[in-house]
Unconditional design. Structure first.
Length: 169
């Protein structure tokens, strides 16, 4: 990182462990899509809103080679996992998005179904992040819900991988 870049604020920061776990989950699920929930924090720095992804959770979903859908049971299991992991914590991470994979061996792109899903309730809150992976081709892309002139859009944005304190890069 150059000195002049140190003051720039990215829209998405992903904990290194979480990025690695997403890619491992996606690789183990291939050729089916993998899905999970993202948890973390919404913050503002120098007037720029950003999210910090600090956890991910998953449970068996309805997935196949070209589709994925959360079941009510999977959603509950993810919520229970976070509640148990952070029981008693006053700074528990909140659900801030979803990750999923397109394990096709190429740069992944959001499908029309992805866009329709992620721009609908309950995923359409501005600032929500969606990570799209193709682990076989080494891709992990970030998309953020933005509000443009009253219309919700998914915008691909650069993301920053970061390490927890005391964890070597």
């Amino acid at each position: 990182m150059f000195a002049h870049e140190s003051t720039r604020v990215a829209r998405v920061y992903v904990l290194s462990r979480v990025a690695r776990e997403i890619q491992e989950h996606a690789l183990s699920a291939a050729p089916d899509e993998a899905m999970g929930k993202l948890y973390g924090y919404r913050r503002t720095f120098q007037g720029v809103r950003y999210v910090r992804v600090t956890e991910r959770a998953t449970a068996p979903c309805d997935t196949g080679p070209a589709h994925g859908r959360f079941t009510p049971e999977a959603t509950r299991a993810c919520e229970e996992w976070v509640a148990t992991r952070y029981e008693g914590s006053r700074d528990r991470p909140r659900e801030i998005g979803v990750y999923h994979s397109h394990p096709f061996g190429a740069e992944p792109h959001l499908s029309s179904t992805d866009q329709e899903t992620f721009l609908s309730f309950p995923y359409d809150e501005p600032g929500n992040v969606f990570l799209l992976s193709d682990p076989t081709a080494g891709w992990l892309k970030a998309h953020v819900v933005s509000d443009r002139e009253g219309e919700r859009v998914l915008e691909e944005v650069p993301w920053v991988e970061y390490w927890a304190k005391g964890t070597p890069p």
